[in-house]
Design a protein around this ligand. Structure first.
Ligand code: TXA
Ligand code: MG
Length: 320
C-alpha cells in the first residue's frame, strides 16, 4: 500500500474523509499526538487499526468526537463528567464512561467492555476532519505497538518502525502542540481515577472536580502495553537505546537530554514543563538515532512533569 501524504487543507481533508468513509485508515493530527483513525462504527476498519499497529491483543481504543453533543450520543455523561467536559473539552482529556446501548460503535472499539473512552480534540485539523467525516473516529496513537508516540507526520512514516505502507494516508498539520497523550480519567462508582497522566495536569482535573483523584497505580493494567502484575513496568514508549533517568550529568559515551539547562538536546532550557512535554518524543527519537545510551536529567514531578516522568519510566523499563 502506498501511503498518501495529505496537507491539512480543504482538498486534503476531503480526501481523508473519503478514505475514512471507505473503511481505510488515516493518521490524523491532534493537539496531543498523531492518532491512527478509522471509522468507529465499522468493525472492519477498527480491525485494520489493530493490524496496522501490530497490537498484541484487542485493547480498547479512544473514540474522537467533534463536540459534547456527539459525546452524549455515545456515552452516559455523569455530572462529574459533564463538569470535566465543560472545563477541558475540546482538549487533551479522555474520559472512560458507560457506553450507551444504542451507540453506533463497533464492539471491537471497546473490546467488548461496557465502557468507552471518549475525547473531543481541540486541534483545528482534527475538528475539521471530524465535521467533514460526520462520524466517530477510533484512534490510538499512530505508532507501532510499544514504540514512541508520533508527534509529527514524519514520525508516523518513520522508515524505522513507522506505519509507512501500512495505512492509506497521513494528514500532515505539523508538530503536535501538546506532545503527550491525553490524560485519561475513569470512575470507580463515584470516585474519580487517574488512569493515565497526560496533557492535562492531574492537579487541574482535581481543581475542576473539587476532589482528589485516586491513582489506581501507574501499572494497573489499564494501558494495553502496561503490565497486569502490580509493581512491574513493561517497556512501552521504547527507544532502541537504554535510558537512564534522573541523571544530574551524563557519563562518558551517553547522549544527554537536558532540562532547565542548555544543550544540544534540551527539553527546555528554562525548565518549562509545557515546552518539555511538546519536545519529549521528538528528542527521544533524535537521541535514539545517535545509537548511544541515553541519560535524562531529573524532571520535577508535578503538573505535566508527572506525565513526562510516567513516559520516561516506561521508556526506561526493562525490554521484553
Ligand atoms: O492523546 C491521546 O489520547 C491519543 C490521541 C490520538 O487521541 N490517543 C491515545 O490512544 O493515546 P492509545 O490507544 O494509545 O491509548 C488509549 C488508552 C489505552 O491505555 C487504553 O487501554 C485506554 O485508553 N482505554 C480505552 N478504552 C478504555 C476503557 N473502556 N476502559 C479503560 N481504559 C480504556
Ligand atoms: Mg499509544
Amino acid at each position: 500500500m502506498q501511503t498518501e501524504r495529505l496537507k491539512a487543507d480543504s482538498a486534503g481533508l476531503a480526501r481523508a474523509a473519503e478514505l475514512l468513509s471507505a473503511g481505510q485508515l488515516v493518521a490524523i493530527p491532534t493537539e496531543t499526538v498523531y492518532g491512527l483513525a478509522g471509522d468507529a462504527r465499522d468493525g472492519t476498519a477498527v480491525a485494520r487499526i489493530y493490524a496496522a499497529k501490530g497490537r498484541p491483543s484487542f485493547n480498547p481504543l479512544i473514540v474522537h468526537l467533534p463536540d459534547l453533543e456527539a459525546a452524549r450520543r455515545i456515552a452516559h455523561l455523569t455530572p462529574q463528567a459533564e463538569t470535566l467536559a465543560r472545563a477541558f473539552w475540546p482538549g487533551a482529556l479522555t474520559m472512560v464512561l458507560p457506553l450507551r446501548q444504542d451507540a453506533p460503535i463497533a464492539s471491537l472499539v471497546t473490546a467488548g467492555l461496557p465502557t468507552i473512552a471518549i475525547r473531543v480534540p481541540a486541534h483545528p485539523a482534527a475538528q475539521a476532519l471530524l465535521r467533514r467525516f460526520g462520524g466517530p473516529l477510533a484512534a490510538p496513537s499512530a505508532n507501532a505497538s510499544g514504540r514512541i508516540s508520533p508527534t509529527s507526520a514524519g514520525h508516523v512514516l518513520d522508515p524505522d518502525g513507522g506505519l509507512d505502507g501500512r495505512i492509506a494516508a497521513v494528514l500532515d498539520a505539523g508538530p503536535c502542540p501538546v506532545g503527550l497523550e491525553s490524560t485519561i480519567i475513569g470512575w470507580d462508582a463515584d470516585s474519580p481515577l487517574l488512569l493515565r497522566p497526560g496533557g492535562i495536569p492531574a492537579e487541574a482535573v482535581e481543581a475542576a472536580l473539587s476532589r482528589p483523584l485516586a491513582h489506581p497505580g501507574q501499572d494497573s493494567g489499564q494501558d494495553p502495553d502496561r503490565p497486569t502484575a502490580p509493581g512491574q513496568l513493561t517497556s512501552h514508549y521504547a527507544p532502541q537505546a537504554s535510558l537512564r533517568l534522573n541523571a544530574a550529568t551524563p557519563r562518558a559515551g551517553e547522549t544527554f537530554i537536558a532540562f532547565g539547562a542548555p544543550g544540544p538536546l534540551s527539553l527546555s532550557e528554562t525548565g518549562d514543563l509545557t515546552q518539555a512535554a511538546a519536545r519529549l518524543f521528538d528528542l527521544l527519537r533524535q537521541a535514539d538515532r545517535l545509537g548511544r545510551p541515553i541519560a535524562v536529567a531529573p524532571i520535577p514531578d508535578h503538573g505535566l512533569g508527572a506525565a513526562i516522568n510516567d513516559r520516561l519510566r516506561r521508556a526506561a523499563a526493562p525490554r521484553d
